[in-house]
Ligand binder design. Sequence first.
Ligand code: ASP
Length: 322
Amino acid sequence: MKLKAIAAIAFTMATTAAHAQTYPGKPITLLVPFAAGGPTDTVARVTAVTMSKLLGQTIIVENATGAGGTIATARAARAEPDGYTLLIHHIGISTAATLYRKLPYDTKTAFAPIGLVTNAPMTIIGRPDLPPNTLAELVTYIKANGDKMTFGNAGLGAASHLCGMLFMMAVGKEILAVPYKGNGPVMNDLISRQIDLTCDQTTNTTGPIAGKLVKGYAITTKTRLSSMPDLPTADEAGLKGFEVGAWHGIYAPKGTPDAIVQKLSQTLQEALRDPDLVKRFNDINTETVPQDQATPAALQATLVSEVDRWAPIIRAANQFAD
Ligand code: ASP
């Protein structure tokens, strides 16, 4: 190798190490793939406030919406790998890998994962004046009226899309899907009776269900939540084995220096121990992950296994976007 080339590599390595030492020296942008005021946005903002405090640097939350979250994901994948552009995403990052025939990134390899953040249960909810009062009644109602009904979701690749797809498969009836840029706007239209149904994370639905602004039919966890004792699980209400939850993770672009990845992961772990953050998530019926899950290895393992887990299910449902 020529001396000049060796010197250039040495220079790059030295500046990268120096950057890692002083990181973060300016505000960090955290991309959120869905609209403001929705469930992913809430998880992002709660986490960003605490991580900002710990890092001594502002984290700007930017809602980069569209195409079921793949626009923000693509932007994060091609961002400068310097730790100043991060992505927060949920289970949808793994389903989009199969739903989209072409993506400008390889889901399993495009990122330097930072760690898992939370697991948010999902709830099947309806507009406040939808006639059925229980999940069993809802299933009967859909069988008779499904052709005239609408199901709001946050686009192909959203958790609400996945949950809706599984729900329709379980009920055995297609309902017209209405895609939005996030579940914030879906919730507004459900409350104002523009659409009939959605499946949305507790991070967004806890308040509206408690306030009876929407009808809560079921929760998609294995057992009922003690904080929502009246809401049956989908399984006990008749949809056997219906279980899905939205795990969330934070990602940096592949190539981000390991020292920065480690610093972010340790900060995330510390943030998840913060009593205020834990309380804020508990209040919206969402659990923070254990410390050993807020790590690059745990998120990478989850991402890979989830891509593989959902691929055959999505193929069987024949749901694709070009
Ligand atoms: N997480 C939601 C979903 O996937 C979208 C959102 O956060 O607005 O349905």
